[in-house]
Write a protein that binds this ligand. Structure first.
Ligand SMILES: Nc1nc2c(ncn2[C@@H]2O[C@H](COP(=O)(O)OP(=O)(O)OP(=O)(O)O)[C@@H](O)[C@H]2O)c(=O)[nH]1
Ligand SMILES: [Mg+2]
Length: 463
């Protein structure tokens, strides 16, 4: 099923570990010349020669065969095909992690006939050699980029093929239905009977619902991968910066009793039970003649608009002001929470009025200064961002997968419609076929070279 791709069968090499100083760095080589190059530049300790055993760590020295000069003491491993990451012969050199040294080792390998790998080229080869399907290969990138333990677990599940397995099962079910419809085409005298039409429609509908569930899980998965952006907004002096500090657990932002302290937008991330959240602390919103403060207020308004959700901070120790009302009106239609701060002081704010004005948002009472109510706030924010739904069994995290699933869903719904209307089986079969292709797109069975380039170019070099 795998289509034809241009596969350059040469040997590629790159540094697989991050740039900079480290204890160990790994240079990775993959392709038909990997073993030859390893033999040319590596001598095992104790003067042993002979064939290198596969899937074994060997201790020895990297030398430039031209000058005979030793470069580094290393551990080297050879993984002969097909049992390697790329499915080709792979050599990994574990050398000392100095940037200069690592470059020298890579240069030496390149001078013996390897080519510098493009971003993601190792993983692309793994895909082209059938070691990973496309959904798994893409999840490798998510795994590298994961920002929280939860994001990492979702990606790992996908690398291990959970999504692929699920989609594969849906495809099998679809194939069964398709076979029945095609039988009616091949044997026209066996017109699809009324009863059979109903049964098929029910099956297709059930399948469509399953796919729709996967599509819905995307929003969930996207949040865990990319995180949510939340703007802390309110008039000056209500305690926005104090709240950011309290949520971070460190004195990150300047806090003073002077209204208009914060001018720039300050961005910090927190981990809300595995959900990465970017918090923006902003300048207090009010009319002002101070030129610098006014620019800050403009920034606040812009960020408030861009954010997925807002934490609208009010000072519970005073009654609401004109500025508070203006901000509540601004966030009325936006996802958000009302945070009543300074609950360590006697409370004067008319909370009921505020909640109505904010468009019925949930309210949390806290003291940023005394660190009261912060867990409730975190809990409420997580709930707000994720919605009430619990974690779906399989989570789609990739926009390309979602688009392919949407295509599948659309054609299945057309197929069900065609069956209900009594249209000929040929038409139903075409829709089902298209639906099947949508599912196959997820695992990469029908993809073209451009899509592949786009996917793998997002990877770092060496992966
Ligand atoms: N009692 C009490 N005081 C607080 C609390 N939170 C903040 N404050 C005080 O309120 C004042 C303003 O706090 P900030 O955090 O700077 O307020 P802000 O909303 O960031 O103000 P701007 O940056 O000027 O918009 C400071 O004196 C804080 O110590 C609280 O929960 N209780
Ligand atoms: Mg501030």
């Amino acid at each position: 099923m795998r289509p034809f791709f241009v596969y350059k069968e040469d040997t590629i090499a790159a540094v697989a570990t991050p740039a900079g100083e480290g204890g160990v760095a790994i240079v990775r080589v993959s392709g038909p010349d990997a073993e030859r190059i390893a033999k040319e530049i590596f001598s095992r300790s104790g003067g042993r020669n002979g064939a290198l055993r596969s899937h074994t760590l060997h201790y020895g020295t990297i030398c430039d065969p031209k000058s005979g000069a030793p470069l580094d003491e290393v551990l080297l491993t050879l993984m002969r095909k097909p049992r390697s990451y790329t499915g080709e012969d792979v050599v990994e050199v574990h050398c000392h992690g100095g940037p200069f040294l690592v470059r020298e080792v890579l240069e030496l390998i390149l001078s013996r006939g390897a080519r510098h790998a493009e971003p993601g080229e190792f993983t692309k080869r793994a895909f082209l050699n059938g070691r990973l399907d496309l959904a798994q290969a893409e999840a490798v990138l998510d795994l590298i980029r994961a920002q929280t333990d939860k994001g990492m677990r979702l990606a790992l599940g996908q690398v291990r093929g959970e999504l692929s397995k699920w989609v594969g099962e849906l495809r099998e079910e679809l194939l069964d239905i398709l076979v029945q419809v095609e039988a009616a085409i091949d044997f026209p005298e066996e017109e699809i009977e009324l009863l059979q039409r109903e049964e098929l429609t029910t099956k297709i509908e059930a399948l469509r619902k399953n796919i729709a569930g996967l599509i819905v899980s995307y929003e969930w998965g996207r949040l865990f991968r990319e995180g949510a952006r939340v703007c802390i907004a309110g008039r000056p002096n209500v305690g926005k910066s104090s709240l950011l500090n309290a949520l971070l657990g460190e004195e990150r932002v300047i806090v003073t009793p002077v209204p208009g302290t914060t001018r720039d937008v300050i961005e910090e991330s927190i981990n809300l039970g595995g959900l990465p959240v970017v918090l923006w602390d902003t300048a207090g919103i009010r009319e002002t003649h101070d030129q610098v403060e006014r620019i800050g207020v403009d920034f606040s308004l812009k960020r408030l608009e861009e954010a997925e959700a807002a934490l609208v901070v009010l000072d519970g120790s005073c009654s609401s002001s004109v500025e508070d009302h203006a901000i509540l009106a601004l966030v009325k239609g936006k996802k958000g929470l009302v945070v009543i701060n300074k609950n360590d002081l006697p409370q004067k704010l008319d909370v009921k009025e505020v909640i109505i004005e904010a468009g019925q948002k949930d309210m949390v009472s806290v003291s940023a200064k005394e660190e009261i109510g912060l867990d409730d706030l975190k809990h409420a924010l997580r709930k707000l961002l994720l919605g009430a739904q619990s974690e779906p069994p399989i989570v789609v995290t990739n926009l390309r997968h979602k688009a392919a699933l949407e295509r599948a869903e659309e054609f299945l719904s057309q197929a069900a419609g065609a069956l209900r209307e009594g249209l000929p089986p040929e038409i139903v079969a075409v829709d089902l076929q298209e639906g099947k292709e949508g599912l196959e797109e997820v695992v990469g069975a029908v993809t073209n070279d451009n899509i592949l380039e786009r996917i793998f170019s997002q990877f770092c070099i060496g992966k």
